[in-house]
Structure formats: structure tokens, C-alpha cells
Design a protein around this ligand. Structure first.
Ligand code: CA
Ligand code: CA
Length: 83
């Protein structure tokens, strides 16, 4: 699992010390489509690159195909990760 931010759910406890790990860290990891370790605007560009190329890395909801729903799901994860 990615650990994008130490406290992505903002509850004052490091995510790694929480059990279960906050789901937002999972979403943040999935929004990190270029695997850089952080979620930045570059991930949006890379996501769109994968999307228009039909690359399965754009299949963020793991439906098995790349569809417009992946854009919505990606954006939901992406903005869910912003501080
Ligand atoms: Ca990234
Ligand atoms: Ca999909």
C-alpha cells in the first residue's frame, strides 16, 4: 500500500499507526497513477495519457476496461487526496 501522506484523513494520527489504515491512503495510492509516491497534478496528465491510450493503468476502478467512469473515479480519488 502506498503511504502518500502521513495523515491523509487529517485526524492527527499517522496513517501507519492507525488500524485499519485509513481508506483514503488506498485511494491516494490509486490516484498515484505514475507511481511517483505522491499525488500531484502530474498524475492527472498521466492518467489522461493512459486513458486516451486505452492503457489499463487508467482502469483505476479495476473494472477490467477503461471507461468514462474511470475518469470520475480517478478525479474522486485525486481530490479526496488533496490536503
Ligand atoms: Ca504521482
Ligand atoms: Ca474501469
Amino acid at each position: 500500500m502506498f503511504r502518500v501522506k502521513p495523515d491523509c484523513d487529517g485526524n492527527g494520527t499517522d496513517d501507519q499507526d492507525q488500524d485499519p489504515v485509513p481508506t483514503c491512503s488506498t485511494n491516494c495510492g490509486m490516484a498515484d497513477v505514475n507511481n511517483s509516491g505522491s499525488v500531484t497534478v502530474q498524475d492527472i496528465f498521466d492518467f489522461l495519457g493512459f486513458y486516451f491510450a486505452g492503457d489499463l493503468r487508467a482502469d483505476v476502478n479495476h473494472s477490467g476496461s477503461v471507461s468514462v467512469q474511470d475518469i470520475f473515479d480517478f478525479l474522486g480519488m485525486y481530490f479526496g487526496c488533496q490536503p
